[in-house]
Write a protein that binds this ligand. Structure first.
Ligand code: 9PG
Length: 526
């Protein structure tokens, strides 16, 4: 592979690539299936870009960065192929920074790429075919901004003109939604200025069988009509690329599901008390089924569509039409996008870079929760993808550079005092982040809020402050300082325990059993 000397800042850097040429605006473009930039000194921090919405993203010291957590990550939380990769690794892109505050970024202008920090180099490689890269060195915002601009040229920007504000049913009712309690909530909000009333998980027969269950006796079209009669858009959640083991779809169409080289079904994780499997988005019958599903949802009257657990479309396996896995994912997403027409499309649990240009909004972090942090998940298991306000703010606040490409959804904000354990500062941090993202949502119920809290919610929905970025984790909103530093920091975790857990998993122990063991150890410690 040819070596090139590239001038970055006031020094020459050695780059290995087929080709390297200066970009007319800033930085360089590189060509090669595998490219490397030798670092002139050890970096201070590494920017890890997680694979999908929920995966850990952000700056961390390369030495303390949990090597993407071996033992207990499920396919639903990060890219399973690199779950125990020994080096710090970013999906699609990564960056490092140095003592002089300058940042070096290496990012793919294509799908199926990974960037790792290895032996003093940033090393980018494509899993399948692919050759185009961007690299730049300089101030962080300029470097990330230019990469976002080139991604936009490559993938397009799918974002609608205006990001929505909404009520979402998940973080209050969870799966216990019904036609009756949703209508009560809808009318309970009066003229609260939500543009979207979004029905989340809990309306369907099964994950995979997208017909209303018996809690929705009037059907989904009647509910949409009620929502629209209040002047709002109706929103609906679906997870079209997975099916639960017991779903009719999985039992009736096993040939539509992704299998591995041993002909076993590829696991898409475990949720709702059952194993999940992944549809093969390259199968023509699957594509026709996905298109028909989106048309059905649109014909029911839903104009805002939250598609979740989308990572399943990017899992490795033997595809009906062989192609790299993120290309397969993008084919599925393209089918969904075209079939849903003008609806607002929020991608969730979605491989982030492979979704660009095809969705209006994208969830950029793990789920929030009514608590700050789970000590078991973060400290003992070093898992930063599970629900919690701290995990959500950490990852979402470090993905704002994606804003020109899609509306960044940081998840919902809490206003009530009674129904969560969050402090006023923690709630304020989430509100500030949502205002920065211009993506405002809550799941609080009207009956949970005092008059003062309702008026705070109104102010939040209308807020349009002057925004100034003052540092990596700091902003000013109308002159008020906002600092996400407390959420961003990664806690220390016991390395010994990590390898013990990894060993148990290799030995074949059931993951649930290990989680129980760890919980027990934690109780005994208390
Ligand atoms: C509905 C929810 C909500 C939420 C989504 C998604 O086990 N997991 O790793 C896991 C992660 C996220 C998750 C569910 C399970 O939440 O982000 O907003 O729509 O699905 O089930």
């Amino acid at each position: 592979m040819p070596l090139h000397q590239i001038r970055f800042g006031d020094a020459d850097w050695t780059v290995q690539a087929e080709n390297a040429s200066p970009h007319p605006d800033f930085g360089v473009t590189l060509q090669g299936n595998s490219v490397q930039i030798a670092l002139r000194e050890p970096p201070r921090y590494f920017y890890r870009h997680g694979w999908q919405s929920w995966s850990l993203t952000g700056w961390a010291r390369p030495t303390t960065l949990p090597a993407q957590k071996p033992a207990l990550l499920l396919p639903m939380q990060t890219d399973p192929v690199y779950a125990s990769h020994p080096a710090p690794l970013g999906c699609g892109m990564a960056a490092v920074d140095f003592a002089d505050d300058n940042v070096l970024l290496l990012g793919a202008l294509g799908l199926d790429a990974r960037v790792q920090l290895r032996e003093g180099s940033l090393h980018g490689f494509f899993e399948g075919g692919g050759a185009d890269w961007f690299a730049a060195f300089g101030p962080e915002d300029k470097v990330f901004g230019q990469y976002a601009e080139l991604l936009k040229q490559r993938f397009g920007s799918g974002r609608g003109d205006q990001s929505p504000s909404m009520w979402c049913s998940w973080y209050s009712y969870y799966t216990k939604i019904s036609e009756a309690n949703l209508l009560e909530t809808l009318h309970g909000w009066g003229d609260m200025p939500f543009e979207v009333f979004q029905v989340d998980d809990g309306w369907q027969l099964k994950v995979g069988d997208w017909q209303p269950n018996k809690k929705f006796p009037s059907g989904m079209a009647a509910l949409a009509e009620q929502i629209r009669s209040t002047g709002r858009k109706a929103g609906l959640w679906l997870a079209p690329l997975i099916a639960a083991k017991s779903a009719d779809l999985f039992r009736g169409r096993p040939d539509w599901f992704l299998r591995d080289e041993q002909n076993q079904f590829v696991s898409a994780g475990f949720n709702w008390g059952e194993p999940l499997y992944a549809l093969d988005p390259t199968h023509p019958d699957v594509q026709a089924w996905l298109a028909a599903l989106m048309q059905q949802v649109r014909s029911w009257g839903y104009d805002y569509i939250k598609l979740d657990f989308l990572y399943a479309g990017g899992l490795p396996g033997k595809h009906h039409t062989p192609m790299p896995r993120e290309a397969a994912y993008r084919q599925g997403l393209q089918t969904l996008r075209e079939a849903m027409g003008e609806a607002y499309f929020l991608a969730c649990g979605a491989p982030v870079l492979p979704s660009l240009g095809l969705c209006d909004g994208i969830r950029v972090g793990p789920d929030v929760a009514g608590f700050w942090n789970s000590e078991r998940d973060s400290r003992l298991l070093a898992n930063f993808t599970t629900p919690g306000m701290r995990n959500a703010i950490r990852t979402s606040s470090q993905r704002l550079w994606l804003s020109p490409l899609a509306h960044c959804d940081p998840d919902v904000t809490y206003f009530s005092e009674a129904n969560n354990e969050l402090t006023a500062e923690q709630k304020q941090a989430m509100q500030d982040l949502a205002v920065l993202c211009a993506f405002r949502a809550t799941s609080d119920l009207p009956g949970w809020l005092s008059a003062a809290q309702k008026s705070a919610l109104r102010d939040f929905l209308a807020a349009c402050p002057a925004i100034r970025k003052t540092g990596r984790y700091t902003y000013q909103l109308d002159g008020r300082n906002v600092d996400f530093g407390a959420a961003v920091e990664l806690p220390n975790f016991p390395r010994g325990l990590e390898s013990l857990l990894a060993g148990l998993v290799r030995w074949g122990a059931d993951q649930k059993w290990i989680v129980t063991l760890v919980a027990k150890m934690e109780q005994e410690k208390d």
